[in-house]
Design a protein around this ligand. Structure first.
Ligand SMILES: *Cc1c(COP(=O)(O)O)cnc(C)c1O
Length: 325
């Protein structure tokens, strides 16, 4: 089996990110709730895409790329972090964004600060976005450039290696704290983070289950299985990928990136009890999903739960929370 150090990586993040117990929330819900602060990873406003980009942009650089293209919604954290990381290594970023939702503020301000070229495609389908990206790449190649393509969310097996790395950090931190985690909970939007965390949990956190909270209605069980098989192949690992490893719940509300009452309540709850910001698109809904599962008794007998904070605070400045109930 290969080691992570066998893969090219650019250390954009400041790691290990902090991991500690949420004392107030734990008291309130009657479980030991810990948090892994990937929102504090040190690039822009933080977030999970940083870990994926450490491997993806290293691959881009190894392949001689001088421009990176990626896609997302207008407030994409992934696109913004691609711009941030690319600018740090002197690579141009072109962000092709699906024109729907909030078209000013938030991450679009940051895209601009990081000097990314932003292009909007007026569509509801990523097929149209990818077609536009193909056209841009053909033009770039003709002009002598070497473009590197990253799909939505950076959710390819190579990007997911970043979350194998995260589970190695969690294993070391868990040992140092003397706590064995029973469950690892994360937000799922394109599947790559969950796939990495789930396969990594199997490798590095024996006895824990990885629970993904879907924030849009894509079939994440299948998506995660495919990505995990890809990770296994990359690592040349003998550890099997099994359906039983996958635990997906959904907490979407009215739709992707539409604030939900539960999600907004979770944003306010974590802010007021622990001082930590989650967002209404990903991490607030994931946290709300975790609270629901605790109430349902889903974690019966499982006492130590780790919430992986994947970032997203930029959305707070573009997407209004629902009024307080
Ligand atoms: C992209 C994103 C996620 C989901 O990660 P995926 O790998 O796309 O499933 C979760 N939280 C935040 C803040 C994100 O930006």
């Amino acid at each position: 089996m290969k080691k992570l150090s066998d893969f090219s990586r650019i250390p954009f993040g400041i790691t290990p990110t902090p991991l500690y117990k949420l004392e107030n929330i734990s008291r309130e819900v009657g479980k030991n709730i810990y948090i892994k602060r990937d929102d504090m990873i040190g690039v822009a406003l933080g977030g999970n895409k940083t870990r994926k980009l450490e491997y993806l942009l290293a691959d881009a650089r190894d392949k001689g790329a001088d421009v990176v293209l990626t896609a997302g919604g207008p407030q994409s954290n992934h696109a913004m972090l691609t711009a941030a990381c690319a600018s740090r290594i002197g690579m141009k970023a072109i962000l092709v964004l699906k024109k729907r939702g909030e078209l000013t503020g938030g991450n679009l301000i940051l895209d601009n600060i990081y000097n990314a070229e932003v292009r909007f495609v007026d569509t509801d389908s990523y097929d149209d976005v990818y077609a536009e990206m193909e056209a841009i790449m053909a033009t770039l190649r003709k002009a002598g450039h070497t473009p590197y393509f990253i799909p939505v969310g950076g959710s390819v097996p190579l990007g997911s290696l970043g979350y194998i790395a995260c589970t190695e950090e969690i294993a070391a931190q868990s040992k140092a704290l003397g706590v064995r985690f029973d469950a690892v909970v994360s937000a799922t939007g394109s599947g790559g983070t969950y796939a990495g965390l789930t396969y990594g949990t199997k490798l590095n956190l024996p006895g824990a289950r990885s629970v993904g909270i879907g924030v849009c209605d894509d079939p994440f069980a299948d998506i995660a299985l495919d990505l995990m098989k890809g990770i296994k192949d990359l690592l040349e690992s003998d550890v099997p990928v099994e359906k039983e490893d996958i635990h997906i719940r959904y907490c979407i509300g009215d739709g992707y990136a539409i604030p939900s009452p539960e999600g907004c309540a979770a944003v306010r709850r974590l802010a007021r009890s622990e001082g930590i910001l989650v967002d209404p698109v990903y991490t607030g809904k994931a946290l709300a999903g975790m609270f629901q599962l605790i109430e349902e008794g889903y974690f019966m007998g499982e006492e130590n739960i780790l919430f992986v904070h994947t970032g997203g605070a930029g959305a707070l400045f573009a997407v209004d929370l629902l009024p307080e109930a």
